[in-house]
Ligand binder design. Structure first.
Ligand code: NAD
Length: 377
């Protein structure tokens, strides 16, 4: 995980509201369910419980909740390691009654300090803990990828609907100003109509024993973990849903990459307007760029998905332009935005339905790579 942290290191600190833009399909996606819980009193910060105290929770999410969020705070810890959880509780000033294990997690239903559960576990555990959190009456923010199958996504969405809680997916780039500028330039046709999108996301994976390389826990290889950012970018820049996909994959290291865990995938998406997106995902090398080429120029973010230091630029007959946009802590922005949605009943811009769309397309990408055929969506 060291390599991943190094690759993604870098992040931000600003509110979210100013950066709300329709990302896909020309309109904000609808939320899973309007929150039924009464809004908290003005000024009250909503409480998040973190499920899984691994690298992302430790280095990004908990620090953001401790010092950057305006509408939410850390209120609970769920871990399989009681000593680690106790040390965290001391560090963040939480009472021991706010600590849960994976076994007694369901008792959070009796904890009024916890409004939202943030699932930060290996991918194949997302569905179980999202459903259990919903049954405990808590709203859920679940890390990407939403799950490891479309069927699981359906079960998660249904559980949250039944419990009348909101479900959001941790798509942090929906809150990142440079990525949002890509969307704005595409929607407003500033450089004419977008014709071709290139989106690439990857990093060299390290330890062969980690869960990301174990299909039972990861659900797949680089695509589900990092290539999902390239898929997301293609969809939010195009502002449409792809109509077909074709893909190829490779594994060059049989020790790290067992069947079902691909190293690299290249995939092409065709959109209804004729936009083509050429996308790459890899666990073998660094890939980190989203570019849109339009009739009269191009615009891109590179690096595109780091926690810190994302940079955007455009080139056209008017000359080159390097963007100078606010720096935002993606996780603080994402968690504050969801807290506001929960408090007000407003639907999240990154609902479970959005995670499901990606899961469906990723399943088609795998199908195409395995069969050598173009798959209609
Ligand atoms: P990690 O390996 O650092 O942490 C995983 C946590 O799950 C650990 O606390 C571990 O103890 C716990 N766990 C429980 N059961 C486990 C099991 N059977 N095997 C392994 N670990 C188990 O992983 P991470 O990097 O924190 O990733 C967690 C989730 O967050 C993943 O879904 C990942 O895709 C996502 N993530 C998102 C981003 C982002 O930028 N949004 C970045 C990194 C990770």
């Amino acid at each position: 995980m060291h390599e991943r942290r190094g690759f993604l290191k870098g992040l931000f600190g600003l509110g979210t509201a100013a950066w709300s833009l329709p990302l896909v399909g020309g309109g904000l996606a609808t939320g899973t369910a309007a929150a039924q819980t009464p809004p908290p009193p003005p000024g009250k910060k909503l409480g998040y419980a973190l499920v899984g105290l691994g690298s992302l929770s430790e280095h990004q999410i908990a620090p953001a909740l401790a010092s950057k969020t305006k509408h939410c705070k850390l209120a609970g810890l769920v871990s399989g390691n009681p000593d680690k959880a106790k040390a965290w509780a001391q560090k963040y000033g939480l009472p021991e009654r706010s600590i849960y294990s994976y076994d007694n997690f369901d008792r959070i239903k009796d904890n009024p300090d916890i409004d939202i559960v943030y699932v930060v576990l290996p991918n194949s555990m997302h569905a179980e803990f999202t459903i259990r959190a919903a049954k405990a009456g808590k709203h859920v923010l679940c890390e990407k990828p939403m799950a490891v199958s479309v069927k699981e996504c359906d079960q998660m969405i249904a559980a949250c609907k039944a419990a009348k809680v909101q479900l959001a997916i941790g798509y942090r780039l929906h809150f990142e100003p440079n990525n949002l500028e890509m969307v704005r330039l595409a929607r407003e046709k500033t450089f004419g109509r977008v014709k071709v999108i290139e989106a690439a996301a990857g990093f060299p994976i390290g330890d062969p024993r980690q869960w990301r390389l174990d299909k039972k826990l990861s659900g797949g290889g680089s695509l589900l973990d990092i290539g999902i950012y390239a898929l997301q970018a293609a969809r939010y820049i195009a502002g449409e849903e792809p109509i077909n996909v074709s893909a190829r994959w490779s594994r060059t290291d049989p020790v790290k990459f067992k069947p079902g865990v691909e190293e690299s995938v290249l995939f092409t998406l065709e959109f209804p307007s004729g936009i083509l997106a050429n996308c790459a995902s890899s666990y073998g090398c660094n890939l980190n760029r989203f570019r849109a080429s339009a009739e009269h120029g191009w615009f891109e973010v590179q690096p595109a998905l780091n926690y810190e230091g994302i940079k955007g630029r455009s080139r056209s007959q008017q000359g080159p332009k390097d963007w100078d946009l606010p720096v935002v802590d993606h996780f603080a922005a994402e968690m504050d935005d969801f807290a506001e949605c929960v408090a007000s009943g407003k639907p999240t811009r990154v609902p479970g339905e959005e995670g499901r769309r990606d899961q469906r397309i990723m399943a088609a990408i795998y199908q195409s790579a395995a069969s050598g055929k173009t798959i209609a969506l």
